[in-house]
Design a protein around this ligand. Structure first.
Ligand SMILES: Cc1cc2nc3c(=O)[nH]c(=O)nc-3n(C[C@H](O)[C@H](O)[C@H](O)COP(=O)(O)OP(=O)(O)OC[C@H]3O[C@@H](n4cnc5c(N)ncnc54)[C@H](O)[C@@H]3O)c2cc1C
Length: 549
């Protein structure tokens, strides 16, 4: 009898890196990097990049915490491998929920954890390579992707996503640009691979990534075939130059004193110039397939917007906690003062409403029929991203409103050590009895750093444009929303007796969706693991005592 029962293949865990091992792994790469006009000799030893390296290292260490394992790790069943969630290709709606939880936790601690970009791109790549094979009757695109996925997962790599081209004149397509290098393109093809050139304008964390995934930033026409390419390259491939901004606010001598949060964690963004960079065929996922370019931009953008929701919810958690602390330090309880409770509840409502869109996008996720990848529902994913993109300004305003003007006016840290003023300041600037001045000013400086500094402006701009500008989300919401079904619903109620007309623009979009009469999409069965203690209690993740189930 037992001979008839096939044995389930054993699942093995990849060797995950610690944060320090990740730091050391960067020494194996020699990228050509400039920061602030200087050549960087060693990325891992460069102070201007350290907050970015720290954020990435934090994601590596988090994956090794037993209490976080249920959300930090995931089983890639088609490879029988347990991998870091940030390199996992989703196999269920539950995977999407668990990714949201993990990214939120990582961004609570680091502001922006960055590594999730790799997850989003790998999921988009799984979808487009399967689609190309289906259209061409081939297998090679999917096989190359699977080999690359194994390389990334088994070596626990971190990837930079080089999608946004320099783009030149925004009103022109790639082949119409005066300077061909405004978009990355194929310069030459030969038996061994392709040679690429051009410029990607914004790549998060480029200096401290292991590899770059080069992807097209828009849909293309036949004349743009040379610009329709997707491939992976080592960050130090000959011909790549990375011109980066510093990560966070690493300087020690800033105008208003040391930055309490962003000197430790931050994100570098870089212009990446490709000058005749050779890419072997095994790392080319498509080259010239202009008709599939939009599949990758659409699927990557949907995964990425879904992830951005969790990232900014983590940032919202920081503002909620800091805002409440500031109220307390000022001697006020939002529970009894409606003038503070109202803005605090507004901040909570904003944060949890866009996060709820992420949950809804996971629950209504659908299995991609070509790759089997689970794709967040695009309307909810785009609404969530649109909400955070525009509401980030209200989030900052509320943090300022509940905290008072001292967040930008209190003396800087150097004054803390001035023997003439320190004691007097500590005495006259204490507010709530029992909360010493240094605790009050510490919170005020954190809020300044997160919302009113260069870094505060940065959080606004990444929320607004990172993952696509608001117009892109609005286009996707309109494109995917079944307005037609709702128009026909009203016409039926009005007894107009109209027949469906395919040519009528307003009723054309009748995609089965929620609350329509054309077959509602049944929610999937998301299986979310028990939340780590840090999401249920005030304990830090590493203090959690409950065992994961
Ligand atoms: C902090 C940060 C990190 C980022 N990280 C990455 C990353 O890691 N990888 C990556 O690939 N990208 C990254 N991005 C890029 C991000 O995806 C882009 O900023 C976004 O897609 C907008 O592109 P853009 O900045 O070139 O703006 P633009 O394209 O110049 O757009 C500016 C405005 O013009 C509008 N517009 C543009 N073209 C047209 C047109 N033809 N007709 C009408 N209106 C138009 C837009 O809607 C927008 O409102 C990052 C961005 C930020 C801010």
């Amino acid at each position: 009898m037992s001979d008839l029962i096939a044995e389930a293949p054993a699942v093995s865990k990849v060797e995950l890196m610690t944060g320090d091992a990740y730091r050391e792994s960067l020494r194996d790469y020699r990228p050509r990097v400039f920061v602030d006009g200087r050549a960087v000799a060693s990325v891992v030893d460069e102070p201007a990049l350290r907050p970015g390296v720290n954020a990435l290292a934090f994601t590596y260490d988090s994956a090794l915490r037993p209490d976080l394992a249920p959300i930090a790790l995931a089983t890639q069943t088609r490879r029988n491998r347990i991998v870091n969630r940030m390199t996992h290709v989703n196999e269920s709606a539950g995977d999407l929920l668990n990714k949201l939880e993990m990214v939120r936790l990582l961004c609570q601690e680091t502001g922006c954890a960055q590594r999730y970009l790799a997850h989003d791109a790998l999921n988009g790549l799984a979808q487009v390579t399967a689609r190309i094979d289906d259209a061409k009757g081939t297998r090679e695109h999917g096989e190359r992707f699977e080999a690359y996925l194994a390389h990334v997962q088994d070596n626990d790599l971190t990837l930079g996503i080089a999608m946004t081209d320099a783009k030149g004149d925004r009103s022109r397509k790639p082949h119409q640009q005066a300077n061909r290098d405004a978009y990355v393109h194929i310069v030459e093809r030969n038996a061994k691979g392709i040679v690429i050139g051009g410029t990607k304008a914004i790549v998060t964390g480029a200096p401290y990534m292991h590899e770059l995934l080069v992807m097209p930033s828009r849909n293309m026409g036949p004349e743009d075939a040379d610009f329709a390419l997707c491939c992976a390259v080592r960050v130090d491939a000959p011909g790549i130059t990375i011109v980066s901004r510093p990560a966070g606010r690493p300087g020690d001598d800033l105008e208003h004193g040391d930055a309490p949060f962003s000197r430790k964690y931050g994100q570098a963004t870089a212009v990446v110039i490709f000058d005749r960079v050779f890419v072997p065929w095994e790392r080319v996922f498509f080259a010239g397939d202009w008709e599939h370019s939009h599949v990758l931009t659409y699927s990557y953008a949907t995964h990425h917007r879904h992830t951005c929701i969790a990232a900014r919810a983590g940032f919202g958690d920081l503002l909620i906690g800091a805002g409440a602390l500031m109220c307390e330090a000022n001697g006020l309880d939002p529970g009894t003062k409606s003038s503070l409770r109202e803005p605090m509840v507004e901040l909570i409502t904003i944060t949890e409403s866009f996060f709820a869109c992420g949950v809804a996008a996971s629950v209504y996720a659908e299995r991609d029929p070509y790759s089997g990848t689970f794709m967040p529902e695009p309307v909810f994913a785009n609404i969530g991203k649109l909400l955070l993109a525009t509401k980030i300004y209200d989030m900052h305003r509320i943090a300022h409103e509940v905290s008072g003007g001292l967040i930008v006016t209190l003396p800087g840290p150097d004054e803390d050590h001035n023997p003439v003023t320190a004691a007097t300041l500590a005495e006259v600037l204490q507010a709530a009895p029992g909360i010493p001045y240094d605790k009050r000013i510490q919170t005020a400086r954190l809020i300044e750093d997160l919302t009113a500094s260069y870094q505060g402006g940065w959080y606004s701009v990444i929320s607004l444009h990172g993952g696509g500008s608001p117009a892109a989300m609005k286009q996707e919401i309109w494109r995917n929303y079944p307005v037609g079904s709702k128009v026909e619903l009203v016409e039926r109620l009005l007894d107009r007796g109209l027949l469906h007309d395919e040519k009528r623009a307003i009723t054309r979009n009748r995609q089965p969706g929620k609350c329509c009469d054309a077959g509602c999409t049944a929610p999937g069965q998301p299986m979310m693991v028990a939340l780590p203690a840090s999401r249920r209690t005030s304990k830090r993740p590493d203090e959690a005592t409950s065992k994961p189930q």
